[in-house]
Design a binder for this molecule. Structure first.
Ligand code: PLP
Length: 428
């Protein structure tokens, strides 16, 4: 811990907090557990920031990555190709909504969002239109590089950097999971598109669940409506499924709940089962063709990252997709989410619980009656850690997003610890 604090500046952290809040050195991981150097175990109830699907040190993924490291660890993807990248791209095209036919490899979530924004802008430019504004939802999160931050709407992350951001506008996200609120929000979307679609390149959304925005959830009918409207007004729809992809919402991709096919889909996080950084932008043949011409016409998408399509990461992703193919993961998850929902009924009786909401394998408990300065989430985080559960909250929202391999007994433990933590604070 001491050697760490001498040299490491941690992400998303006020480093001074660590004068009183100890860092947790993790020695190893197995399944849903993380182990520290004293042999204490922690249930990874947030899947290590939403990336892990099938547990730590998963045997199947381990063996694929080990085999790949002895074969080809990395090669540039410009002018060269390799089998894991090709196999993975074919699988992704087959799995995602039908209009998505091309895979552009990137290496992390924010960079995938950047690439999608640039592609959308450039597509319109190649069609002779200059559209340089991006539309997004209030309370959204799409990453923290400058472009991705611009289309996000979490003030805590965005405000400071306002002078650096690219042109962006927000329309209201539906206030809850009701159809009525989705329809209200669609009315505003239509008005904005009617007035401004000449300037707007794309509308980017987190389908169904706004993750970093406190696990805020809305009805799929909003996505259906947004797809119709964006088509009508010649604005791209970017589905940022970086968090919601690969089964989190109950279907393989959240867009499937609304049976929509976006113009772009960004994927990362669960893509490699939580092993290695990798991301993709999936897009349509129409978008691809807008860049396809003789070199001297200068329409190519000249965007790259050094580790684009890294073979080790692709191998981890292939192993992850094989696990989905070999057993009925989504079916098992459906049963687990029904079980979790039932177990959470008793939370709503607590005076400091405002709402419990769920979408697939994401369940959130929103607390009420606290001032932001109280950092109530932090108190529950510390309590849960002492009880062997890693529950990193978002403000006053406590949520469960465990690896899919969690057992029913482990679900009981995870929920009981959260319940005791929230209850003890309610009576304070
Ligand atoms: C995490 C996340 C990102 C950013 O991905 P990073 O790999 O952390 O840069 C973008 N969009 C959504 C919806 C996310 O949840």
């Amino acid at each position: 811990m001491k050697r760490d604090l001498e040299v490491i500046w941690h992400p998303c952290t006020q480093m001074k907090d660590h004068e009183t809040l100890p860092l947790i050195p993790v020695k190893s991981g197995k399944g849903i557990y993380l182990y520290d150097f004293d042999g204490k175990s922690y249930i990874d109830a947030v899947s290590s920031w939403w990336v892990n699907l099938f547990g730590h040190a998963n045997e199947k993924i381990n063996s694929r990555v080990k085999a790949q490291v002895d074969t080809l660890e990395h090669v540039l993807l410009a002018g060269f190709t390799h089998e894991p990248a090709v196999d993975l791209a074919h699988k992704l095209v087959a799995l995602t909504p039908k209009s998505l036919k091309k895979v552009f490899y990137v290496d992390n979530g924010s960079s995938a969002v950047e690439a999608a924004l640039k592609m959308s802008y450039h597509y319109h430019l190649n069609q002779g239109k200059s559209k340089s504004v991006f539309l997004s939802l209030t309370n959204s999160y799409h990453g923290e590089t400058i472009g991705a931050l611009s289309v996000g709407d979490v003030a805590l992350y965005k405000e400071t950097y306002a002078p650096l951001l690219i042109a962006n506008m927000q329309v209201p996200v539906p206030i809850n999971q009701s159809i009525a609120s989705a329809n209200e929000a669609l009315e505003v979307l239509e008005k904005v598109l009617e007035e401004k679609s000449d300037e707007i390149a794309a509308f980017i959304v987190e389908p169904l669940i706004q993750g970093a925005g406190g696990m805020h959830m809305y009805h799929p009918i909003y996505l259906e409506g947004a797809r119709v409207l964006t088509k009508k007004y010649d604005v791209h729809l970017i589905a940022d499924e970086i968090m919601t992809g690969f089964g989190r919402t109950g279907k393989m991709f959240a867009c499937e709940h609304a049976s929509i096919s976006p113009d772009f889909m960004t994927l990362s996080k669960g893509l490699t089962g939580g092993y290695l950084p990798l991301s993709v932008v999936m897009t349509t043949d129409d978008v691809y063709q807008a860049f396809y011409c003789d070199y001297n016409e200068h329409k190519a998408f000249l965007h790259s990252h050094s580790y684009t399509g890294n073979p080790l990461a692709c191998a981890a992703a292939l192993a992850t997709l094989e696990i989905f193919e070999e057993s009925d993961i989504l079916g098992e998850n459906r049963k687990k989410s029904v079980y979790i929902k039932k177990k959470l009924e008793k939370f709503i009786a607590l005076s400091n619980v405002k709402e419990v909401r769920q979408q697939g394998m994401v369940t959130a408990i929103e607390l009420q009656g606290y001032d932001a300065k109280e950092r109530i989430g932090l108190k529950i985080y510390e309590y849960a850690l002492s009880e062997g559960v890693l529950l990193r909250p978002l403000g006053s929202v406590i949520y469960f997003m465990p690896p899919y391999i969690i057992s029913y007994k482990e679900i009981d433990t995870m929920i009981e610890v959260a319940f005791e933590g929230i209850k003890s604070i309610a009576s304070m």
